[in-house]
Design a protein around this ligand. Structure first.
Ligand SMILES: *Cc1c(COP(=O)(O)O)cnc(C)c1O
Length: 381
């Protein structure tokens, strides 16, 4: 059955983003962060495209996402879980060479037990608390951790030492981030003094990778930038100033489309849609599009958002409904039922960006993208 809305993913744009990222980060190894259903792009569709672009390391939040990536990629590709995994899934992870973060003794103990059960070593990334206060071992635990690793060389591989920055995309966090750097560098020394060495060190998300070039180490974990967005306007402006350019080198991969479902002429003096938020002062033509807040088209775009029809902008009139939105097409010639409607993307020289969409509805790029429902079909073009 055809769905009333779909998402298109541009492989050209993705290749161009990866070419840029590799060059810009001097060929530092990059893990593609594909949590949140690949930031709404669709794990299966996105990961397959990214692998074609040469990506061979993917980071996810949980074991469910890891399964979805694993079903899509070749066996030579690395999968790393940065967050949730149940103890009961550790054996599966170890048996399948899925790497995972460990940020407390409970999980480390469970990993040792699971590795014994499977007869294979667990590939663990030790996350250190440096000041984000989300997950991570306190640095005071490092000696004890070293002892555990030394006593369990038959079950544990110290694959990685890592941390996460608490807001590198905003200069308001400058001192906090700086303190995190100092704490992390101290932790590296403490591990060295304790006599154990990780195979790799990684700390940077997109914003940190742009801003803290001395923290790249062996790998960076890039999420938002691979999808063509900057972590914040501040980071984009910093890039543009530094390279004396006015155009972002990153390209949006996603576009979101639907079709005109119904057309209607509204006489002057009538309200449109639920309630009385839009009053027709004159006769207007409206198009009904079968996409609403249930699809991730935020209700706060009521009377403020736009869609594109026949290469022109059509303002949203009235409130966004659960499954439809009404657009004013009075000034757009020859609109017909089934005409293409663009919710995110380009038509002619008009564009609706994810950012504009986000600003109007005060959702971040990150949030808006990841709220696009899983059941909207994704197509690679
Ligand atoms: C989400 C996430 C990233 C990627 O962040 P971006 O800002 O999208 O690049 C990196 N590391 C961790 C631990 C994350 O949770």
């Amino acid at each position: 059955m055809m769905k009333s809305t779909h998402i298109k993913l541009s492989k050209n744009a993705l290749q161009s983003n990866w070419d840029f990222l590799r060059e810009y980060f001097n060929d530092t190894k990059i893990s593609a962060v594909v949590k949140g259903n690949a930031y709404g792009h669709g794990i299966e569709e996105y990961v397959a495209m990214a692998e074609d672009c040469g990506v061979n390391h993917f980071s996810v939040f949980n074991a469910e996402e890891a399964v979805r990536v694993q079903k899509t990629v070749s066996s030579a590709t690395t999968i790393m879980i940065m967050g949730a995994i149940e103890d009961s899934d550790l054996e599966w992870a170890i048996a399948n060479d899925i790497e995972f973060y460990v940020f407390n003794m409970e999980r480390l103990t469970a990993a040792i037990k699971a590795a014994k059960q499977v007869g294979k070593k667990a590939l663990v990334h030790i996350e250190i608390e440096t000041g984000m206060y989300r997950t991570g071992f306190e640095p005071a635990m490092i000696t004890q951790l070293a002892d555990v690793f030394k006593a369990n060389t038959d079950t544990l591989i110290f694959k990685g030492l890592c941390m996460h920055f608490a807001g590198a995309e905003s200069i308001t966090n400058y001192f906090r981030v700086k303190k995190q750097k100092i704490n992390f560098k101290r932790a590296i020394k403490q591990f060295k003094n304790a006599g154990i060495k990780p195979q790799m060190i990684h700390t940077c998300c997109s914003a940190a990778a742009v801003r803290l070039t001395d923290m790249h180490y062996d790998m960076i974990r890039i999420g938002i930038m691979q999808y063509g967005f900057w972590p914040s306007p501040e980071i984009l402006i910093e890039y543009l100033n530094k390279y004396k350019t006015v155009k972002s080198p990153l390209r949006r991969i996603i576009s979101w489309e639907s079709k005109v479902m119904s057309l209607k002429t509204v006489p002057p003096g009538e309200f449109i849609g639920y309630g009385s938020s839009y009053f027709a002062h004159q006769e207007i033509e409206v198009a009904v599009v079968p996409v609403g807040y249930a699809h991730g088209f935020s209700r706060s775009l009521s009377n403020t958002g736009h869609v594109l029809i026949n290469k022109m902008r059509a303002p949203v009139v009235g409130t966004v409904n659960m499954n439809c939105v009404i657009a004013d097409v009075t000034n757009i010639p020859k609109v017909e039922i089934n005409d293409k409607v663009t919710l995110i993307g380009e038509q002619g020289n008009q564009e609706i960006t994810v950012a504009s969409f986000g600003e109007l509805s005060s959702q971040l790029n990150y949030e808006l993208l990841t709220r696009l429902p899983m059941d909207i079909p994704r197509f690679v073009v």
